[in-house]
Write a protein that binds this ligand. Structure first.
Ligand code: GLN
Ligand code: ZN
Length: 781
């Protein structure tokens, strides 16, 4: 029996947030009880219909399953939990009579309620998207609940759109899960794979009955070390997909393998081959982060489609169509030799890029032509499929437009700035290191005269409505520079006065002038631009607007110095200046793809180094360089991690090592487990490191001690993620735990992170308790 052929052009998924953040608005007004569920559903359906109209307008077929069916109210992994009715025991009451979960119940899983914490949220591979972690135990229900998938397919079909229902695949689902609390020690959710596969079989049958010709199962976990070892080397992928493929009534299957090279990286294409052998009709390969399949592994493809993910879905640059067409043409020759078909697609879902460059009216004139957001990428996929089918001449205009943009970008004045290049090429190893830590310590003790267990905060103070309103008014031009300047100086004075009243030892200016800890720096550096509507979903209804790093980076003038020195002038206590580190600035921006990341990182580092020199000259004795995203860019494969940690640590050292011995350099890390990169944290060589620790009850302190970490350390003693005020006793307990393993002379007392999302009431109460716990602990030393 011959396999059905997958459409020649498709995308793996489309942004869900909406070009004007329609989904965000609909969700948030529903959660605030301003709209009922029917209104939410209607708004979501309207957005999906508009998206599908856009996609068919761009040229994706309405009736051949090339339209993505990946819509999710909150998160695609949550939707798989819903499709499996996989309710953890603490949420068991959310199931309906049939044991299934509806939309309202799924929001409780996502957001928790008065009595229950929500599902944990964690990073989706090496992206800034966060998914809700399934909690699977020995008895967690795992039964098919295809209602939402079927309803969505049917409703769109009635509208003339054949979507391709999309679900996280069974292997990835369990690899992304964690053991439910109370499961036996060492319980591995993967032991329940047979039940998950059985449920997926039922879901596929239900979708076939509804008329779905194709279903997409995403198996990105096969590009991780663990996924590759278990699923490929361990033959799990073949077992699972042979079972799913064996069903007599089911839709054709597309299995996607985005975010890297699947399976053994030395055998690119082998995983695709084995899936095809198992009976899967179409398999995908990520040609942006992953490798081109080797010809020797394509033999299994006979009769199957290879979907070539050649259009980058993680970054916003225009595709080099000529180069892509070359790769596709060569690959097609190999695929056709073995009786397969080649189709064109994206590297992953387009959920990681904004909707449309056409929504930007404020970019510098040179930039729009260099860019491709989701809609432009859809057009690129279609163009490449057309070129593949009908030859270069069929897409001559597009090829030439792409070529023009690429040549313009390469030759543009800001792309390569001689002065920046020269400064980089003159760096020597001395520029990456400070003097030995003990000498610094002695100089800093003399300069700062701090008490033991010094108290401080991580930088930002609550961003009140007044702060946001003033910033917006200044942006809109209704508040002039002088008035805004005066507003910020008053705000700084208030924050300084508050910290003195609370008795904190090292003060901060509060960061009221910053909209965002990365965008603020991007706005003040050359080489970056900001978008107006370039929103990308971060989690649930939350979206961020990454800046675009397009050119060589430099700092035209000092910009943090006026605010920080103003704060310092209002107190006799040490004032800590705040900067964002190079890795974090890159991690939360769209970055250039025409040079190694390490070069961009060092350029940003030099710009920061200039700012640090100016702060130091202005008398600021403590400077914190935040690197909360240090762990975020860590490559998925262990073999690539050392190289990343090497250049990322170097860029931090380049930024900070111009500081004098007496200047105390702090850094701050959060959002991740840091246990596995302690060596890199140590190599940053900061004098003091503050690190998120309250929720894990200071777990990291033991790791640090085991490693022999020898410099200042401030494990967070106050979880700032909720409005809850920790009591003095709770803080004291955490300080005690820290003192159990750390040298009291090295310990700092601080919250887990910045306070900008908190209100003043809880902030004041919490900091008061933090200070009194620190003072009490100090007395016992
Ligand atoms: N200095 C920043 C702040 O306090 C750090 C934020 C962060 O680590 N995410 O807001
Ligand atoms: Zn933080």
């Amino acid at each position: 029996m011959s396999k059905p052929t997958f459409p020649a052009a498709s995308i793996l998924g489309y942004p869900r947030i909406g070009p004007n953040r329609e989904l965000k608005k609909a969700l948030e007004s529903h959660w605030a009880a301003r709209t009922d569920e029917a209104t939410l559903h209607a708004a979501a359906r309207e957005l999906q219909n508009a998206n599908l109209a856009k996609l068919t307008g761009l040229g994706l077929g309405a009736d051949d399953a090339s339209l993505p069916g990946d819509f999710a109210y909150y998160d695609q992994v949550l939707d798989a939990t819903v499709a499996l009715s996989a309710l953890p025991a603490r949420f068991a009451d959310l199931a309906d009579a049939a044991g299934a979960i509806d939309t309202a119940a799924s929001f409780v899983l996502a957001r928790g309620d008065e009595s229950r914490a929500p599902l944990e949220m964690t990073k989706w591979f090496d992206t800034n998207y966060h998914y809700l972690v399934p909690e699977i135990g020995e008895a967690t229900p795992l039964k098919a609940n295809a209602a939402a998938l079927v309803e969505s397919f049917t409703a769109h079909a009635a509208n003339g759109n054949t979507i391709r229902p999309t679900l996280v695949g069974p292997i990835s689902y369990l690899l992304l899960a964690k053991a439910e609390d109370g499961a036996p020690a060492g319980f591995d959710p993967l032991v329940r794979i047979d039940e998950v596969v059985a449920a997926y079989g039922e879901i596929l049958a239900a979708l076939a009955a509804a008329g779905a010709p194709w279903v997409q199962l995403d198996e990105p976990a096969l590009v991780t070390d663990r996924g590759a070892a278990l699923a490929v080397a361990g033959e799990l992928a073949e077992t699972v997909y042979s079972k799913l493929a064996a069903a007599t009534t089911r839709p054709a299957l597309l299995v996607t393998l985005g975010y890297g090279t699947a399976g053994d990286v030395a055998r690119p294409g082998a995983t695709q081959g084995l899936l095809a052998r198992a009976g899967v009709e179409a398999v995908h390969v990520d040609l942006v982060r992953g490798a081109v399949p080797a010809a020797e592994f394509l033999g299994e493809l006979a009769g199957s489609t290879l979907v070539a993910g050649i259009v980058d879905s993680r970054n916003i640059w225009r595709n080099d169509l000529a180069a892509s067409l070359g790769i596709l043409t060569a690959l097609r020759t190999e695929v056709e030799k073995v009786g397969g078909t080649l189709a064109v697609g994206t590297a992953t879902s387009l959920q990681h890029v904004p909707h449309d460059v056409a929504l930007e009216s404020d970019l510098p004139a040179h930039l729009p032509a260099w860019l491709a957001f989701a809609n432009q990428k859809v057009a690129e996929v279609i163009t490449l499929a057309t070129g593949l089918a009908a030859g270069e001449s069929a897409i001559a205009a597009q090829l030439s437009a792409a070529e023009t943009a690429i040549v313009h970008r390469a030759g543009f004045a800001g792309t390569t700035v001689a002065a920046v290049r020269e400064r980089l090429s003159n760096l020597t190893t001395a520029d990456f290191s400070r003097s030995e830590a003990p000498a610094r310590k002695a100089a800093q003790e003399l300069a700062l005269a701090l008490p033991p267990l010094p108290t401080t905060t991580i930088g930002s103070f609550p961003q009140t409505t007044e702060v946001r309103t003033a910033r917006a008014a200044h942006r809109a031009g209704t508040l002039d520079d002088a008035a805004y300047d005066g507003f910020l100086k008053d705000e700084i004075a208030r924050v300084v006065e508050l910290q003195e009243r609370l008795g904190l030892d090292v003060l901060v200016h509060g960061e009221a002038e910053r909209n965002d800890m990365v965008q603020y720096f991007a706005e003040n550096f050359d080489g970056f631009s900001e978008t107006e509507n370039g929103w990308v979903q971060s989690y649930g209804s939350r979206a961020t607007r990454p800046s675009i790093l397009w050119g060589d980076v430099s700092r035209p003038a000092a910009f943090t110095v006026p605010w920080i020195t103003h704060a310092a002038s209002l107190t006799t206590k040490p004032l800590k200046g705040m900067l964002t580190g190079p890795v974090t600035i890159l991690a939360w921006s769209f970055i250039r793809d025409d040079q190694p990341l390490s070069i961009s990182a060092n350029q940003v580092a030099l710009a920061l180094r200039d700012e640090i020199a100016d702060l130091q000259d202005a008398g600021i004795g403590i400077i914190q360089v935040d690197e909360p995203a240090l762990r975020e860019l860590l490559p998925l494969r262990a073999t690539e991690q050392a190289k990343y940690l090497g250049w990322s640590v170097d860029s931090f050292r380049l930024a900070t090592s111009g500081a004098a011995d007496a200047t105390q350099i702090h850094t701050h890390l959060c959002y991740s487990e840091f246990g596995e990169i302690i060596e890199a944290i140590d190599a940053l060589d900061a004098d003091v490191t503050s690190i998120e620790a309250a929720r894990s009850r200071m777990e990291v302190t033991a790791d640090l001690t085991r490693f022999g970490y020898g410099r200042g350390i401030g494990p967070g003693v106050y979880d700032i993620h909720s409005p809850r005020v920790p009591s003095t006793e709770e803080v004291a307990e955490l300080i005690d735990i820290a003192l159990g393993s750390l040298d009291p002379k090295a310990l700092w007392i601080n919250p887990d992170c910045g306070l900008k999302t908190r209100g003043y009431a809880e902030t004041e109460a919490s900091l008061a308790n933090l200070v009194s716990a620190a003072v009490a602990a100090r007395a016992t030393l």
